[in-house]
Design a protein around this ligand. Structure first.
Ligand SMILES: O=C(O)C(=O)C[C@]1(C(=O)O)C=C[C@@H](O)C=C1
Length: 293
């Protein structure tokens, strides 16, 4: 059994579902924000941390990516993809007035996943962001005097005794979020319970500023080795306009030849390359795992 597992809480978040799908029986420690989870793993308050990285509808969770780029000695050791179902919920005292809500609270990514629903059905309602869907549900449970709602999952509704008034309000039915498991040691974490989908290696690449065409050559280093890329994302380095990190996911395990040679080729072009992790990834299909709030 591993040490404690840190995650974005409080009770009833989607991140907690990801934690329960990967870990069984370990102590689970919730944190209010993503940066607090990254600090907890860096300071060795927890042995693993689980954070959302990318959603089908809304794309990358930028704050996770930015903290992963900056974090020292933190590696991605596993990944789990979780189906995301968003529901609208209110305090049980306010069920009759749910169509006249004043404010809807949720995590920014959850609000974005329900953008069309909110636009069509709650045009005059103000969406307000919170640190997580669980925090939004908790807030609604503490304020029966306000006609407010939360967007969150069914476990949050149970945990905070809220009534779900509209199910599955996410705008596209194929809604999934990728969660990464972080650890201080570069040791892949395997699961015997989940459906294995393959392996990935994640690189962070900075290009030299004075060498036109380097991005093309970087992509060529993968292409001619037939290394399949499943994600390319750029994030500002925050040092000046036009300065970017590139985060690249290769659909393969770290090996002795292909990936190291691709890295050496990129370094010879003047790029800085670091390996954020080489890890298995899994799909949690909603079955076979005990979920707790
Ligand atoms: O707020 C939560 O419940 C979270 O776990 C965060 C989060 C995210 O950051 O994307 C996780 C999954 C969903 O996509 C919506 C919110």
């Amino acid at each position: 059994m591993a040490g404690a597992i840190g995650y974005l809480g409080p009770k009833g978040t989607f991140t907690k579902i990801a934690v329960d799908s990967m870990f069984n029986g370990e102590v689970k420690k919730s944190y209010k924000t993503i940066p607090e989870c990254v600090d907890a793993i860096q300071d060795e308050e927890v042995e693993y941390a689980v954070l959302p990285l990318e959603n089908t509808i809304e794309g990358t969770v930028n704050i996770t990516l930015d903290y992963l780029i900056q974090a020292k000695e933190v590696k991605i050791v596993s990944e789990v993809i979780v189906p995301i179902r968003q529901h609208l919920m209110v305090h049980k005292d306010n069920v009759k007035s749910w169509k006249e809500l004043d404010v809807v609270y949720s995590h920014a990514h959850a609000i974005a996943q329900c953008h069309t629903f909110l636009h069509d059905e709650f045009k005059n309602v103000e969406p307000q962001t919170m640190t997580s869907t669980g925090a939004a549900a908790e807030f609604v449970s503490k304020h029966p005097e306000l006609n407010i709602g939360a967007i969150a999952n069914h476990l949050a509704a149970e945990a905070y005794e809220l009534a779900i008034v509209k199910k599955d309000i996410h705008d596209f039915s194929n809604n999934h979020t990728r969660f990464v498991v972080l650890h201080k040691k570069d040791i892949p974490l395997t699961s015997t319970r989940l459906e294995a989908k393959g392996n990935k290696t994640t690189l962070i690449i900075t290009l030299p500023s004075d060498n036109p065409g380097t991005l093309h050559q970087v992509l060529a280093a993968f292409a001619w080795r037939k290394l399949n890329l499943s994600k390319i994302e750029s994030r500002p380095m925050k040092t000046g306009l036009g300065n970017y990190y590139f985060l690249i996911d290769i659909e393969a395990k770290m090996d002795d030849i292909l990936i190291p040679n691709a890295i050496a080729e990129m370094e010879s072009l003047g790029c800085q390359v670091s390996v954020l992790g080489s890890y298995p990834y899994y799909l949690y299909n909603g079955n076979g795992v005990t979920l707790t709030v």
